[in-house]
Design a binder for this molecule. Structure first.
Ligand code: ATR
Length: 313
């Protein structure tokens, strides 16, 4: 019997997880399948209660279930406890459910592999949702000197700031500001890292940018968690300003590789997974460019014909 894995979420139209995970399973010759399962909120409770007796060995979990799954889990790792959200479940042989968060280490790894040194750096994060939460905790754990959280809804930024300060075990400056040009301008002046954790710039709104490009400078690294398109307007502006850039595809890949370590104790073939991911993104963009890590994608992705989403009723 092949081992079954899946991503659950609602809605699930844009998931790239099956492409990445199946590329790895195939390359390693593992008898594993990974599917996308759109799980309606009305079916969530029954699905979770039946999960220990199901054929699934593990799940990737996305919006809106990253917090909701925790009450069904028997164990959680320290990252989940700190952040309060999980994106990975492992079904243990006896049926116990263990929860993990690979968004945080995935972001940390993407930055480290790109040569971005977080330790001692002044950092600016736009957004205060689930992704921002994981990333801000990782920045704190990786030794950032300061984290400036800038968000459209100030109360969410303040709440994240409070949680970070509560968990902080060392001196770190954390501020919360509304999403206004002045706040961003001040925060970015001596910052070494800027991270967009919002969906601004994501297909189909590819002409949007979360900040005025004039605020960028060559002393800053820019990480955009948006991966569709691969090169967002923000990343193009950052490159034009001479800044180092980190695309969202890298966080996606590293968090997936961490999931495979949790499920199967394997070192996932990152290059194979990256090639599969960029190929499907670029196929839709009709781009003739070669598939390399630094590939650019100026065109939006219109559809993912290779990802079949199966509904769970
Ligand atoms: P995720 O789990 O992917 O982070 P989320 O929890 O819905 O998703 O958070 C999305 C973040 O992007 C939020 O910080 C949101 O700002 P609000 O807290 O004000 O809702 C931010 N965001 C999304 N679209 C935005 C937009 N058009 N302009 C500014 N901020 C936006």
């Amino acid at each position: 019997m092949p081992h079954e894995y899946a991503v659950i979420g609602w809605p699930l139209g844009h998931t790239m997880s099956p492409v990445i995970h199946n590329a790895s399973f195939h390359a390693l010759g593992l008898e594993c399948t990974f599917s996308a399962r759109e799980l309606h909120p009305d079916a969530f409770d029954r699905f979770m209660r039946e999960l220990p007796r199901s054929s699934f060995k593990g799940l990737a979990v996305t919006i809106p279930y990253k917090t909701k799954i925790l009450s069904y889990c028997h164990e959680q790792d320290s990252t989940v406890s700190a952040i309060g959200a999980a994106n990975t479940l492992r079904v243990e042989p006896g049926g116990a459910l263990a929860a993990f968060n690979t968004d945080a280490p995935g972001a940390g790894r993407a930055l480290a592999e790109a040569g971005v040194d977080v330790k001692g750096s002044r950092t600016v994060v736009i957004g205060a949702g689930g992704a921002a939460r994981a990333i801000c905790f990782q920045l704190m754990w990786d030794g950032a000197a300061s984290i400036a959280i800038v968000n459209r809804t100030l109360s969410r930024a303040e709440s994240l700031r409070g949680d970070l300060l509560h968990a902080a075990s060392r001196d770190v400056t954390i501020t919360a500001s509304p999403l206004e040009k002045n706040a961003l301008s001040t925060a970015l002046e001596d910052a070494r890292l800027f991270i967009n954790t919002t969906s601004i710039g994501m297909y189909p709104r590819v002409d949007e940018c979360p900040l005025d490009p004039d605020l960028l400078h060559d002393g800053i690294a820019v990480f955009d968690i948006v991966y569709n398109p691969v090169e967002t307007k923000l990343l193009r502006a950052a490159k034009a300003a001479g800044a180092k850039t980190v695309p969202g595809t890298e966080m996606l890949l590293h968090q997936a590789a961490a999931q495979q370590r949790i499920w199967r104790s394997i070192d996932a073939p990152l290059n194979t997974m990256r090639a599969a991911l960029l190929q499907i993104l670029h196929t839709r963009s009709c781009s003739p460019q070669p598939l390399t890590q630094n590939n650019s994608c100026y065109q939006p992705v219109r559809m993912y014909s290779k990802v079949v989403v199966q509904p769970i009723h």
